[in-house]
Design a protein around this ligand. Structure first.
Ligand SMILES: C[S@@+](CC[C@H](N)C(=O)[O-])C[C@H]1O[C@@H](n2cnc3c(N)ncnc32)[C@H](O)[C@@H]1O
Length: 216
């Protein structure tokens, strides 16, 4: 690493921190945050792209709630797509901020449609889904945007599964990890917590309309 390379890295890292702290103009922040995830897409895939630690929990949810369609937000390289298919899900849309992650997803799952998009900018016509999955993604949404994001995804999903940074989580709070209090955020959308559990030291939660409670 040359001195110039190290300096450039420090500068870019500084910009990423400022972007996540909301201290850059909006369009520059958006560009930096997208770049940040583009750079991490391949390392994330190589480290966790074939992890199945949450498959049993998700399979149980898919079965109990008769899930046939899934909107996977922050799907990365499509780690969960095979699970959805194996459990009879016929309609999947994978959304991610990083084009690189979606390119990896399409290599292994050419039949699954994808959309490059920030969860903060989900199109209004994203459609209606039996289940919205957000696995380690809402924790990257800034505090001033999370209310709108939860509103949008609650409107799109009959149920919403999340596994995000919480009190139980061993990960220290890096600049790109943001803790949100999810139960009140979903309650404001008229959604109740249907189920909750642990995956290692991470807390997962399922939210949905009260009529879904019988299935949980
Ligand atoms: C820790 S990875 C989890 C990937 C996948 N959900 C899984 O369970 O394997 C976080 C993913 O969220 C994506 N991401 C981060 N911020 C995002 C945002 N604001 N909108 C959409 N995707 C985002 C990243 O590109 C990355 O693929």
């Amino acid at each position: 690493v040359t001195a110039l390379g190290a300096l450039r890295w420090r500068l870019m890292h500084g910009l990423d921190v400022l972007a996540y702290r909301g201290l850059l103009p909006h369009s520059l922040a958006e560009r930096r945050i997208t770049r940040f995830w583009e750079d991490y897409a391949r390392p994330i895939h190589e480290t966790w792209g074939h992890d199945e630690a949450d498959f049993a929990v998700l399979a149980d949810i898919l079965r109990r709630h008769g899930v046939r369609s899934v909107l996977d937000l922050g799907c990365g390289s499509g780690r969960l797509f095979d699970l959805y298919r194996a459990e009879g899900v016929t309609e999947i849309l994978g959304v991610d901020i990083a084009a690189e992650a979606l390119a990896l997803a399409r290599q292994e799952h050419p039949d699954v449609p994808t959309l490059q998009c920030r969860v903060e900018a989900l199109p209004a016509d994203i459609g209606q889904w039996d289940l919205v999955v957000s696995n380690r993604v809402l924790q990257h949404v800034q505090a001033n945007e999370i209310v709108a994001v939860v509103g949008r995804i609650s409107a799109a999903g009959r149920c919403v599964y999340i596994n995000e940074l919480s009190d139980t989580d061993p990960i220290t709070e890096e600049f790109f990890m943001i803790r949100h209090d999810y139960p009140p955020l979903f309650a404001a959308q008229g959604y109740v917590q249907l189920a909750e559990g642990m995956l290692g030291r991470q807390t997962w939660r399922l939210f949905g309309a009260a009529r879904e409670e019988a299935a949980s």
